[in-house]
Write a protein that binds this ligand. Sequence first.
Ligand SMILES: Cc1cc2nc3c(=O)[nH]c(=O)nc-3n(C[C@H](O)[C@H](O)[C@H](O)COP(=O)(O)OP(=O)(O)OC[C@H]3O[C@@H](n4cnc5c(N)ncnc54)[C@H](O)[C@@H]3O)c2cc1C
Length: 325
Amino acid sequence: MNSSETQYDVVIVGGAAAGLTAALYSARRTLSTLVISKDIGGQASITSEIENYPGRGLVDGFELMDDFRKQSEKFGARIVIDEVTRVTPKSETSFEITTVSGTTYSAKGVILAFGLTPRDLGVPGEAQFKGRGVSTCVTCDGPLYKGKTVAVVGTGLPLVDGAELMIKIAAHVYAVEKKQKFVGEKAMIALVEAAPNVEKLFSSEVTEILGDQKVTGIRVKNSVSGEEKNIAVDGVFTELGYIAKTDCVKGVIELDGENHIVIDEKNATDVPGVFAAGDITSVSYKQVVVSAGEGAKAALSLYTYLQSKGVIARGVNIDWGIVKA
Ligand SMILES: Cc1cc2nc3c(=O)[nH]c(=O)nc-3n(C[C@H](O)[C@H](O)[C@H](O)COP(=O)(O)OP(=O)(O)OC[C@H]3O[C@@H](n4cnc5c(N)ncnc54)[C@H](O)[C@@H]3O)c2cc1C
């Protein structure tokens, strides 16, 4: 890889609502912009129906995120699929970003927009069979289990949501809920409870995912009776909600008690030159439109910051609004 492929004005970690909007604004300020992301679209892309993104009516989340991608690329942002393992400040205008693939990128400024990550069950077999029967996304992978037997494992609203989708697709669904009953929206719970193809396992936890080449079953423990049994399934959907996974900036950036990145009103973190946006930040509301707006703010703030440090040309004024010339 030559230096033009690894050196950028701005590197953005995360390619979803926040990161792709930041990329659009950064690229339109003519900053060389790289987005490094594990996937395109993040949480929104696994949602088939979004009806509160202004101006789009009812839209498929994957389609909306693909439009975000196209728009940022149209203005010159580059996107690579990879996972960032570390962001290392070298100075106030120089950062090293390393990835799982072993590539090291450098940037004058960084925007952290890596959102939330599905929570793991943390049991034997889970990591081994990820993508081979274990999935964190009913919307994406559910159709692969048409007419098969699956377990939806988790707790609360995510579990009920996942089970409600799978009862329409699979022949048989084990809904494994940690608590003594379903918790969530009443209407959704009623649909799941009335389904003839669902078997409810309350006060139950999966202790192991079984398989050889792919998933063949789960081991389930009842926390009240202590009884453990193996159940044959073709697929396991883990629905445990999302957590902030901030390993790549731990010890570098200030985090709050929930592991979210602390930012000020201009999206600046406590490290000069590092800005953050979207669900991974301490901002209260976790929504596509909020992440997009915060991504735009982070990019504009970083642009102003780099100008103030004299490391980019002054006077670029593309979007409507106040830009320091
Ligand atoms: C099932 C569901 C339904 C929802 N429905 C709605 C809705 O109807 N309306 C609404 O407004 N909001 C909805 N939301 C919330 C909305 O999707 C999120 O608030 C929004 O998408 C967050 O965007 P983000 O860019 O901040 O983060 P995310 O969407 O979490 O994206 C983060 C990105 O960073 C990447 N990433 C993570 N770690 C790394 C790393 N170390 N290196 C590189 N890349 C990394 C991820 O792969 C991902 O692409 C829903 C969420 C879910 C889960």
